[in-house]
Write a protein that binds this ligand. Structure first.
Ligand SMILES: [Cu+2]
Length: 161
Protein backbone atom coordinates (compact mmCIF):
# COMPACT_ATOMS: atom_id res chain seq x y z
CA UNK A 1 0.00 0.00 0.00
CA UNK A 2 2.13 2.86 -1.28
CA UNK A 3 0.04 5.67 0.18
CA UNK A 4 0.43 4.44 3.74
CA UNK A 5 4.14 3.87 3.20
CA UNK A 6 4.46 7.43 2.00
CA UNK A 7 2.64 8.83 5.01
CA UNK A 8 4.86 6.76 7.29
CA UNK A 9 7.90 8.11 5.48
CA UNK A 10 6.72 11.66 6.07
CA UNK A 11 6.25 10.93 9.76
CA UNK A 12 9.80 9.59 9.96
CA UNK A 13 11.15 12.70 8.24
CA UNK A 14 9.27 14.98 10.61
CA UNK A 15 10.53 12.93 13.54
CA UNK A 16 14.09 13.20 12.31
CA UNK A 17 13.79 16.95 12.00
CA UNK A 18 12.59 17.15 15.58
CA UNK A 19 15.51 15.08 16.82
CA UNK A 20 18.01 17.20 14.95
CA UNK A 21 16.60 20.36 16.49
CA UNK A 22 16.60 18.88 20.00
CA UNK A 23 20.16 17.60 19.65
CA UNK A 24 21.46 20.91 18.37
CA UNK A 25 20.22 22.84 21.39
CA UNK A 26 22.69 24.28 23.84
CA UNK A 27 21.98 26.36 26.90
CA UNK A 28 20.37 29.45 25.51
CA UNK A 29 20.49 31.49 28.67
CA UNK A 30 22.67 29.99 31.39
CA UNK A 31 23.14 33.20 33.38
CA UNK A 32 20.64 34.02 36.06
CA UNK A 33 18.70 30.80 35.57
CA UNK A 34 17.87 29.10 38.92
CA UNK A 35 17.64 25.66 37.34
CA UNK A 36 21.03 26.17 35.78
CA UNK A 37 22.48 27.26 39.12
CA UNK A 38 21.02 24.22 40.91
CA UNK A 39 22.32 21.91 38.22
CA UNK A 40 25.76 23.47 38.38
CA UNK A 41 25.83 23.03 42.15
CA UNK A 42 24.81 19.37 41.89
CA UNK A 43 27.36 18.79 39.15
CA UNK A 44 30.07 20.51 41.17
CA UNK A 45 29.37 18.13 44.06
CA UNK A 46 29.67 15.07 41.82
CA UNK A 47 32.77 16.45 40.17
CA UNK A 48 34.56 17.03 43.47
CA UNK A 49 37.32 14.58 44.30
CA UNK A 50 38.41 11.39 42.62
CA UNK A 51 35.89 8.85 41.39
CA UNK A 52 35.91 5.37 42.90
CA UNK A 53 35.64 3.80 39.47
CA UNK A 54 36.64 5.09 36.04
CA UNK A 55 35.38 3.81 32.72
CA UNK A 56 36.11 4.80 29.13
CA UNK A 57 33.69 4.66 26.25
CA UNK A 58 34.61 5.58 22.70
CA UNK A 59 32.13 6.27 19.96
CA UNK A 60 32.96 5.69 16.33
CA UNK A 61 30.60 5.74 13.42
CA UNK A 62 27.85 3.41 14.47
CA UNK A 63 29.78 1.63 17.19
CA UNK A 64 30.57 1.93 20.90
CA UNK A 65 33.93 0.57 22.04
CA UNK A 66 32.13 -1.85 24.34
CA UNK A 67 28.67 -3.29 24.70
CA UNK A 68 28.95 -3.88 28.43
CA UNK A 69 29.61 -1.38 31.19
CA UNK A 70 29.42 -2.33 34.84
CA UNK A 71 29.48 -0.15 37.94
CA UNK A 72 29.00 -0.64 41.64
CA UNK A 73 25.86 0.72 43.24
CA UNK A 74 26.47 3.71 45.49
CA UNK A 75 29.98 4.35 44.19
CA UNK A 76 31.04 7.56 42.47
CA UNK A 77 31.75 6.56 38.88
CA UNK A 78 33.37 8.55 36.10
CA UNK A 79 32.73 7.64 32.47
CA UNK A 80 35.06 9.35 30.01
CA UNK A 81 33.41 9.66 26.61
CA UNK A 82 34.99 10.56 23.32
CA UNK A 83 33.46 10.75 19.88
CA UNK A 84 36.12 9.62 17.40
CA UNK A 85 33.56 9.31 14.63
CA UNK A 86 32.92 11.71 11.81
CA UNK A 87 29.35 12.45 12.85
CA UNK A 88 27.46 13.22 16.05
CA UNK A 89 26.80 10.51 18.62
CA UNK A 90 25.60 10.31 22.16
CA UNK A 91 25.54 8.16 25.23
CA UNK A 92 22.04 7.83 26.61
CA UNK A 93 20.25 5.90 29.33
CA UNK A 94 16.51 6.36 29.60
CA UNK A 95 16.21 5.80 33.33
CA UNK A 96 18.99 5.37 35.86
CA UNK A 97 18.11 6.04 39.50
CA UNK A 98 20.76 8.01 41.36
CA UNK A 99 22.78 11.18 40.94
CA UNK A 100 24.36 12.08 37.61
CA UNK A 101 26.07 15.03 35.99
CA UNK A 102 27.70 15.80 32.67
CA UNK A 103 30.51 17.96 31.41
CA UNK A 104 31.13 18.38 27.70
CA UNK A 105 34.52 19.78 26.77
CA UNK A 106 34.91 20.72 30.43
CA UNK A 107 31.66 22.68 30.61
CA UNK A 108 28.73 21.79 32.86
CA UNK A 109 25.94 20.60 30.60
CA UNK A 110 22.41 19.33 31.25
CA UNK A 111 22.74 15.58 31.74
CA UNK A 112 19.06 14.87 31.06
CA UNK A 113 17.38 15.69 27.80
CA UNK A 114 13.94 14.76 26.52
CA UNK A 115 12.96 11.32 27.73
CA UNK A 116 16.45 10.33 28.78
CA UNK A 117 17.87 10.86 32.26
CA UNK A 118 21.34 10.66 30.76
CA UNK A 119 21.91 12.08 27.31
CA UNK A 120 25.50 13.04 26.60
CA UNK A 121 25.54 14.40 23.08
CA UNK A 122 28.93 14.83 21.43
CA UNK A 123 29.76 16.26 18.07
CA UNK A 124 32.58 14.71 16.06
CA UNK A 125 35.82 15.05 18.00
CA UNK A 126 34.26 16.19 21.26
CA UNK A 127 34.80 14.61 24.63
CA UNK A 128 32.56 14.46 27.64
CA UNK A 129 32.57 13.14 31.17
CA UNK A 130 29.59 11.65 32.95
CA UNK A 131 29.84 11.29 36.70
CA UNK A 132 27.18 9.29 38.45
CA UNK A 133 26.29 7.44 41.60
CA UNK A 134 23.76 4.76 40.67
CA UNK A 135 21.41 3.78 43.47
CA UNK A 136 19.50 0.78 42.14
CA UNK A 137 21.19 -2.47 41.07
CA UNK A 138 19.95 -3.83 37.78
CA UNK A 139 20.60 -4.00 34.06
CA UNK A 140 19.97 -0.82 32.09
CA UNK A 141 20.32 -0.20 28.38
CA UNK A 142 22.69 2.43 27.06
CA UNK A 143 22.38 3.59 23.49
CA UNK A 144 22.90 6.34 20.93
CA UNK A 145 19.78 8.39 20.24
CA UNK A 146 20.75 9.55 16.76
CA UNK A 147 18.14 8.03 14.45
CA UNK A 148 19.16 4.62 13.16
CA UNK A 149 22.28 4.30 15.30
CA UNK A 150 20.83 2.11 18.05
CA UNK A 151 19.34 -0.14 15.39
CA UNK A 152 22.76 -0.33 13.74
CA UNK A 153 24.29 -1.60 16.94
CA UNK A 154 25.08 1.46 19.05
CA UNK A 155 23.72 0.00 22.27
CA UNK A 156 24.81 -2.05 25.23
CA UNK A 157 24.07 -3.05 28.77
CA UNK A 158 24.86 -0.84 31.73
CA UNK A 159 24.95 -3.06 34.79
CA UNK A 160 24.66 -1.67 38.28
CA UNK A 161 25.92 -4.28 40.73
CU1 LIG B 1 25.48 7.39 17.19
Amino acid sequence: MPRITSVAGMAVLIGLAGVVVSCAGGDANPEGNPEEAARAAAAAALFTGPAGQSLNLEMTDLKFSTRALSVRSGELVEIALVNRGGIEHDFAIATLPGEKALRVEGKDTAVARGKNEIHAHLRSGQNGVVRLRASSPGAYEFFCTVPGHKEAGMKGTFTVQ
